[in-house]
Ligand binder design. Structure first.
Ligand SMILES: NC(=O)C1=CN([C@@H]2O[C@H](COP(=O)(O)OP(=O)(O)OC[C@H]3O[C@@H](n4cnc5c(N)ncnc54)[C@H](O)[C@@H]3O)[C@@H](O)[C@H]2O)[C@@H](O)CC1
Ligand SMILES: [K+]
Length: 485
């Protein structure tokens, strides 16, 4: 803000709390840099308290233009809002709950309808800082300057759709306050992910990077297992084997060139037979990680095989897609105390629909409290949960919660989930802990999609595009790590 703002017009909406107080401070500094400022306060000055009252008095002493919003005068400010180069939204911050009371709702609606650029102070007014929930009207900002540390709601839908670009304003919080307020949440960033990725030494060979065994495929669905297997290779796993029901084996073997393939005894329906574990014992003995579920099918025979496998293996697992749907019907596998030790090695990657079925609630209930359901499921079942969707949530039974900021709507197409499962399995096989592998997989998967979007847009993005981009993203993250050494 060091530069001159001479002649630029700013319309500042300042609410009754400390967010409004920030608005007065911003406006005062803009005025001192030559800007034209106009304040709109939302209640009688006598109701302003604390820092907000102090700063309101300062702008009054400076005789800066300031009017009071009344139930019947909302429309009279429309012209001034239209003329503003930038509207500053300092109406509500972290103290906001529920639906904005009138006439504030009407004011927010007018600002959005007029459509001039808005900078939100701390959070866009109308959303709840801790959840991103928007119950009524909410300011649609082009930029949000959040104070001290990013608020979680800025990264959770629907809030995330109202923030525009998020910039963290440094107000020099003392460090202990920062962590106190930050709670048990982390935004996944490139330092965390590059820190978790293994560095490769010239003396290492493929045996050092783990063996991922993908178990999936049923009649009509061989592509999913192939995508997961290739993603595991692109993520850097040393060896990958796709275990496929024997009837589909010839088709799958053609689809996969670099990954190995192995037939499991099949069911009549074209899936896995319930007793097929013995037929793949040789492969299981060599596996570092199993990724189970892509294109797996849900027939009873296959469900029987999954149960047999889960009861009799302690190999780390990534469970995706139909494996999760089967768990919904065989819930005891998630709750039986006798499996608690094994479950510590499981990563579940549900999308909101699968999560809703697993938790026995509706998709809208999951979406309204993504953090809450992810945390509860992870604690109750003792597994790492990766709840997919815009802003994937990752958490383990002991917390904390990680929110992944990468990714875009281009990921809403068939097969991208298979790629994520393969990628997480790949990182697990390379020695990352379950949570690390999960958040690194989600971050890199989303970043690959973001890179593709820059080059080709999101509409025609397909899962196969991610496979080519993933190695580039990983290479850049490793370079970042090497620079930091
Ligand atoms: N916590 C801190 O240490 C700091 C906070 N700061 C700012 O202060 C903000 C938080 O301040 P406050 O706690 O005063 O809260 P807010 O500034 O968010 O405002 C709360 C006010 O809004 C009213 N309100 C809440 N829900 C409403 C609804 N549905 N309809 C109408 N009115 C409603 C409340 O009655 C209260 O008067 C932060 O967002 C940030 O901008 C910064 O100044 C930096 C330091
Ligand atoms: K605000």
């Amino acid at each position: 803000m060091g530069e001159s703002r001479r002649g630029n017009k700013f319309f500042i909406i300042a609410g009754p709390g400390n967010n409004g107080g920030d608005g007065f401070v911003v406006g005062r500094h803009l005025f001192n840099r030559g800007a034209l400022v106009q304040f709109l306060i939302t209640t009688d000055p006598q109701y302003y308290r604390g820092d907000a009252a102090v700063n309101l008095k300062i702008i009054n002493d400076m005789e800066l233009p300031c009017e009071v919003l009344q139930p019947d005068n909302v429309d009279s400010f429309k012209d001034d809002i239209k003329k503003a180069d930038l509207v500053i939204d300092a109406l509500f911050g972290t103290g906001f709950k529920g639906v904005p009371r009138e006439p504030l709702s009407s004011l927010i609606r007018s600002v959005n309808e007029i459509g001039n650029p808005v900078l939100a102070v701390d959070i866009p007014s109308g959303m709840e800082a801790d959840t991103g929930i928007i119950a009524g009207e909410c300011i649609k900002a082009i930029i949000t300057v959040t104070m001290g540390m990013p608020k979680i709601g800025l990264y959770l839908d629907p809030g995330a759709q109202y923030t525009g670009e998020v910039v963290v304003g440094d107000i020099s919080f003392p460090p202990q306050l920062k962590s106190e307020e930050g709670g048990d949440y982390y935004l996944v960033d490139q330092e965390m992910v590059s820190g978790a990725l293994p560095l490769r030494l010239p003396t290492q060979h493929k045996g050092d990077f783990g063996h991922v065994v993908v178990i999936g495929g049923t009649r009509g669905y061989t592509g999913a297992a192939a995508l997961a297997s290739n993603a595991a290779l692109r993520g850097g796993a040393g060896l990958v084997t796709a275990v496929i029901p024997e009837q589909l084996y010839p088709v799958a073997a053609v689809k996969l060139t670099e990954a190995m393939t192995y037939p499991a005894s099949g069911s009549k329906g074209g899936g896995f037979s319930s007793t097929c574990r013995a037929s793949i014992q040789q492969v299981l003995e060599k596996a570092t990680v199993l990724a189970v579920g892509p294109g797996f099918g849900q027939e009873e025979e296959t469900a029987g095989f999954l149960e047999d496998l889960l009861l009799n293996t302690s190999i780390p697992l990534v469970l995706d897609a139909d494996a999760l749907n089967i768990l919904t019907r065989r819930k005891h596998l998630l709750t039986d105390a006798s499996l608690a030790e094994q479950r510590r090695q499981w990563v579940l990657t549900p999308h909101p629909g699968e999560m809703a079925r697993l938790c026995g609630v509706s998709i809208s209930e999951i979406q309204a409290d993504r953090l809450g359901y992810a945390a509860q499921a992870s604690r109750e079942w003792g597994v790492v949960v990766v709840l997919k969707g815009a802003r994937t949530i990752i958490t383990g039974p002991e917390g904390p919660l990680f929110i992944n900021p990468t990714g875009n709507p281009g990921l809403a197409s068939g097969g991208t989930g298979d790629v994520l499962a393969g990628l997480i399995a790949s990182f697990r096989a390379q020695g990352l802990a379950a949570e690390e592998a999960a958040y690194s997989g989600a971050f890199i998967h989303g970043l690959a999609a973001d890179q593709i979007a820059l080059k080709k847009g999101t509409i025609g993005m397909i899962a196969g595009d991610l496979l080519k981009e993933i190695p580039v993203v990983i290479e850049n993250l490793i370079a970042l790590k090497e620079r930091g050494r």
